[in-house]
Design a protein. Structure first.
Length: 543
């Protein structure tokens, strides 16, 4: 109760900033009204008096300023109401698609005596929150939901409550967590609906979000608008920035108070299990991050998007549990009912979330052909398409290897002695002759040009030219191993593309490749190739 009241007080402080800004903006109009009224009554610059011309000039000047300020305030206020508020994209889940999930959430709300969220959506991220409906949407025009009985007075039942928010749940949680864990994790999030139902808190949130959106819009307009419009856009941005700075501290304190109050309310629901659930959050984030950077990103770059990312999270985290002693015991949980069982069609929803992940994290539009975004190895005549995990080694891993091999071999024009040798032999000879730096520089230049043409989320740290050369050389060796039948492409859930020899991952290729790239010593790599049964003079099948 105290935390909810503290949040309301901070919200009112935010609204007072808005009121103070309106008061300041009204000063020129008030001054003009006083001057005009004084002239009409004869108290300020009566007609025929010696100082009448001065007062008349003041009246005209102040009135002009008042009109300009009034127009600016009206325009700014209209922009605040109509600006598109930032909202994280999510996959909406209808109640018919997850009746058990809706029942669980409503039961949580009833136990804590708070309003239930109106809708549920899934986001391809490891986070959960309440999303207030945007003005003008059907969700915002829905009938308001009153706060719980125990908190109605403290949270403003004297006015109509805003529409209930949407509960946004991280999809990795749905697939990795068990039902009881998800329930415990969502309890404090659902408890926050009580504060969302308070008119002051809801209005303060909308005001801050609108200011933030106007600030971004002004920055874009200042950069892209014609020169004669830039001063107006810059002034708009300065006003929004000033107001945002004035109320940002109050808004941050408001959200902290809301979180504290919601956490206290949720203590009565599965508090002990929440500690275990929080441990799963960290584990889920680690597995999700590895899956995105090592598995999904390579597929996105060639125009394929894994259609079951969340199912892959389970596989990745199960593998992590097997390898990491710190995760011991987590795998035993898999015998309990997973939270995705609360969905009627988890496979279909997983596919929708996976497609959204490609758009959010890679910036790609799978509905259209775009070779620049698809990257090396993509066929410009093909559209984006989902890929099953069973087909990933052939559809993704091999295509990446052959594209990288083709790019590397393209840097080695045949000349003289090299003309009758295989690519695996020509490359090693050039590395032995000290051409590593030249090749690494060319690969880096090509990668930078591709990144400039199709920017994407930086899911991986930048790599050096030597790293790129080692990656391409590994791809060339892997293609040779696959072509001679000694190995096949594989998928490691935590490390991405791997080379399997006899069904077992070969992890001893990195060292000889590094010696060849960094020191020009090709003998260890030649010995590795001989051990696998690869003849360096044989050609490699390229795309």
């Amino acid at each position: 109760m105290a935390g909810g009241e503290a949040a309301r007080q901070r919200a009112q402080a935010v609204l007072r900033v808005r009121g103070a800004a309106l008061a300041v903006a009204a000063l020129p109009t008030a001054a003009a009204a006083v001057l005009v009224a004084g002239g009409l009554t004869g108290h300020l610059g009566a007609s025929g008096s010696a100082d009448a011309p001065g007062w008349d000039a003041a009246r005209w000047a102040v009135s002009a300023v008042a009109v300009l300020v009034l127009l600016g305030v009206l325009g700014f206020g209209l922009l605040l109401r109509r600006v598109t508020l930032p909202q994280v994209p999510a996959v909406p889940i209808a109640e018919s698609a997850a009746p058990e999930l809706y029942r669980m959430v409503r039961d949580l709300a009833e136990r804590m005596d708070v309003p239930a969220p109106a809708r549920i959506a899934l986001t391809p991220d490891c986070d959960s929150w309440l999303e207030d409906p945007l003005p003008g949407t059907p969700a915002a025009e829905a009938a308001p939901v009153a706060p719980g009985r125990a908190h109605a007075d403290a949270l403003g039942r004297d006015r109509a409550a805003p529409p209930a928010p949407t509960l946004v749940v991280g999809s990795p949680f749905m697939w990795w967590m068990r039902v009881a864990e998800l329930r415990a994790l969502l309890a404090p999030v659902v408890a926050g609906t009580a504060c969302s139902a308070d008119p002051d808190i809801a209005e303060a949130r909308r005001f801050v979000r609108a200011l933030d959106a106007v600030l971004g819009l002004a920055a874009d307009r200042t950069a892209a608008a014609p020169a004669w419009r830039r001063p107006g856009s810059a002034l708009l941005g300065r006003v929004a920035g000033l107001l945002l700075r004035r109320c940002r501290g109050h808004a941050a304190e408001m959200e902290r108070a809301v979180a504290s109050w919601a956490s206290e309310q949720a203590r009565q629901v599965d508090y002990g299990l929440r500690i275990a659930a929080q441990e799963q959050v960290g584990l889920a984030y680690a597995g999700w991050d590895r899956l995105l950077t090592r598995v999904a990103l390579p597929a996105w770059r060639i125009g394929r998007w894994p259609g079951r990312l969340d199912a892959g999270v389970v596989s990745a985290l199960t593998e992590l549990s097997r390898r990491d002693r710190l995760a011991e015991g987590f795998e035993s949980r898999l015998g309990e009912r997973p939270a995705c069982d609360l969905l009627e069609e988890p496979g279909r929803i997983d596919e929708a979330v996976s497609l959204l992940a490609a758009r959010l994290f890679h910036g790609a539009d799978p509905d259209r052909t775009d070779r620049g975004r698809a990257g090396a190895g993509a066929d410009p005549t093909e559209r984006w398409a989902p890929v099953d995990w069973a087909d990933y080694p052939v559809e993704v891993v091999e295509r990446i290897w052959r594209a990288q091999s083709d790019e590397l071999v393209g840097l080695l024009p045949p000349d003289g002695q090299d003309s009758h040798d295989g690519p695996i032999d020509r490359l090693l000879r050039r590395l032995r002759d000290g051409a590593a730096e030249e090749l690494a520089s060319e690969l880096t230049s090509r990668r930078l040009r591709a990144a400039a043409a199709a920017p994407e989320f930086q899911l991986q740290p930048p790599r050096t030219g030597r790293d790129l050369l080692a990656e391409h050389l590994t791809a060339l060796v892997s293609c040779a191993a696959v072509d001679c039948g000694a190995a096949r492409a594989g998928l490691d859930w935590l490390d991405g593309p791997v080379l399997l020899v006899g069904g077992v991952r070969r992890s001893d290729l990195a060292a000889p490749v590094s010696l060849a790239v960094d020191h020009g010593d090709d003998e260890p790599l030649r010995a590795w190739l001989d051990d696998i049964g690869i003849r360096v003079e044989k050609p490699v099948r390229l795309p």
